[in-house]
Design a protein around this ligand. Structure first.
Ligand code: GDP
Ligand code: MG
Length: 163
């Protein structure tokens, strides 16, 4: 049995960096510009002995119109609906924003299973942000660093029982 993992979250939190790490290739475009991932990318994810489908979504955007943001939002909702598990990535260095809270609500209603990951937590950075993420009420956040590969064993630990 395999599963589909959708990586969701607002722009610039490190979704594509994590996707690349799980897929092991430079498939997703990583950029300092928020919202660079325009479309949904799908890849063969692996973590330890786990094999799964991983989706890198466009950043969750709040606009509901026909703009690019509205389109990205609809694509993301489709990814959420298709996924068995949503990995909700927040930026531990910035902490929880209004946009994070808004999308936490969508995930609470829409997602089958949510794992919160407080990214950019390398070293001791982001401890306060991870605490804030706990207050989202979506379970205990994993502290990870997609860029430096930290916290991947903890991610394995929460995915393994769900696989
Ligand atoms: P996305 O918009 O959510 O897909 O975010 P990206 O993966 O494109 O990353 C946005 C920025 O955050 C880039 O400059 C990344 O190098 C940086 N970034 C991603 N993961 C980490 C991390 O674990 N630690 C730090 N310090 N920066 C990161
Ligand atoms: Mg991206």
């Amino acid at each position: 049995m395999t599963f589909t993992l959708a990586i969701v979250g607002r722009p610039n939190v490190g979704k594509s960096t994590l996707f690349n790490r799980l897929v092991g290739k430079k498939l997703a475009l990583v950029d300092d510009q928020p919202g660079v991932t325009r479309d949904i990318r799908e890849g063969a994810g692996r973590l330890g002995d786990l094999r799964f489908v991983v989706i890198d979504s466009a950043g969750l955007e709040m606009a509901e119109d026909d703009s690019l943001q509205g389109r990205m939002r609809r694509l993301t909702e489709r990814a959420v609906d298709e996924a068995d598990i949503c990995l909700f990535v927040v930026d531990a260095r910035i902490g929880i924003t209004a946009a994070d809270e808004y999308f936490a609500e969508i995930l609470r209603r829409r997602a089958k299973h949510v794992i919160v990951a407080a990214n950019k937590s390398e070293g001791r950075a982001g401890e306060a942000g991870a605490m804030e993420a706990y207050a989202l009420g979506l379970g205990e956040p994993l502290r990870i660093s997609a860029e430096h590969g930290e916290g991947m064993d903890d991610l394995y630990g929460v995915l393994m029982p769900l696989a």
